[in-house]
Ligand binder design. Sequence first.
Ligand code: S3P
Length: 444
Amino acid sequence: MSHEPKTRPPEPVRFEPRGPLSGTLTPPADKSISHRAAIIGAIAEGPTRVLNFLDSDDTRSSLSAVANLGAMLNPEPRDFMPDEFTIEGVGPGGPRSLGRIDVGNAGTLMRLLPGWIAGYEGGLWRMNGDASIRKRPVDRIADPLRLMGAEIEVTDGRFPPIRIDGRRLHGIEYELPVASAQVKSCLLIAGLQAEGPTTVIEPLATRDHTEVMLEAAGAKIERGQGRVTVWPSPDLKLDEVEVPADISSAAFFMVAASIVPGSEVVLDRIGINPTRTGILSILERMGADIEVEPQAGGEPGQGGEPIGRITVRSAGLRGTSVEGAEVPLAIDELPLVALAACFAKGETVIADAEELKRKESDRIAVVVDALSGLGAEIEATADGMKINGTGMLRGGIVNSHGDHRIAMLGAIAGIASREGVGVVGMDASSVSYPGFESDLRRLS
Ligand code: S3P
C-alpha cells in the first residue's frame, strides 16, 4: 500500500450556458508590451514611467528578473501592481551578475532576456522556469546568439535550463528560420551593445512591439521590407510607456460575443497594432460583426502603440482558411479561431501553424483534444487543424494542461455550449489574465 499523501485533483470550474453577453470591458494590459517595458526599461538609463503594466504571473516574473539584475522599481509592486511605477534602468553599465533567473511560465522572458545579458563580459547567469518552459525550445535564440559571439549552454541541445557566460558580441545578419517575434526581439536587443550593425530578416511579419519601443527609446534602428537593422545604441532613454489592453485577452470576448446569440460587447482601449490584429480580419472574413474605432493615445511618448475601441455583436459565422502571412498575426488567437469555427457553417482550415506545438502546451493536440471532447468535429493536421462547423458544442470537460489560453478557451466554450463545460486547471488563466472569470461573469 502506498503511504504517499493523497492529493485530489482540483474540482473543475464550471461554465454554464448563458444568455447574451453585454457591456463594456477594458481587459488587462498587453503581456508582450509589458514584458518589453520591463526589459527595455531596465536596459535604458534613468527612469521610465510605466503606466498600466500587466499584473499577471508572467509579467511579474519579468519585473523580478530585471530587479534582480539591478533595475530599481519605484514603488515596488507587492500584493498589487501600482497604476504607475518607474523602472530605474541600469544603463550602459549593464546588468548585475547574478546566479539564477527564474522565468516561471514566461516564454517571452526566456527568449528576450538572454539578448540583453549575453553581451556583458564577466557576468554568469543560469535561466530556468517551470515544467512547461523546460519543454520549449531555446536553441532558436542560442544558435544566432552564438553566431554573435555569445557563450550559451542549453540542455539536451535545445531546452532550458540555459547557462549564459557574458561575452562581447558582434553584429550579424540573420534570417529567421521560423517567424518568431521573440527570436527577432532577442537579437535586436543583443544588437544594442554588439559591435557593428545587427540585421534580422523575417520570412513573415511578426509583432513589432520591440522595434516600436526601441525607436521610442532612441535606438538607431531601420526597418523595411522584412528586414530590421539595429546599430549599437548604448544609451537608451525610455521616458514613458503606457501599455494598452491586450488584444489577445480581448479576443476571448470577441469570440464569445460572436457565438452567443444576442450579444453586444464593447472592448475599450485595446492595442490594435496591425501586427496583432489578425484575429479581427479572420473573424470578419467568417462573417463576424465587428467595428473598430481608433482612440486617442499611443503617441511616441507613450510607447507609440495604436489603441482602439472594438464593438462585437453576435452574427452567423462561416468557415474560412487561415494560412501563410496571417498566421503570425494571430498566432495566440488560433485556438479561438478553432472554437469560433465549431459554431460556423462549413469547414475551417488552419495551416502553416506548426509553431502552435511549441507554445505553453502543444496547442494543436490540446485544442483538438479539448474541442473534440466537447462534441466538435475537429482533426489535427501536420501544421494545424481542420474543423467542420456544426453550429454548436455539446459540452463536457476541458483540461487546460496548465496553459492559460486553453483554460480561457474552455470557459468561453462552456458559456456557448448546450450543457456547459468544466475546466480542469482554470487557475492557469492568471498567467495572462488574473481577473478573467469575474470579467466574464460581469459581461454575462
Ligand atoms: C510573443 C511572440 C509569440 C507569441 C507569444 C508572445 C512575444 O511567440 O506566441 O505569446 O511577445 O514576442 P513566438 O515569437 O514564439 O512566435
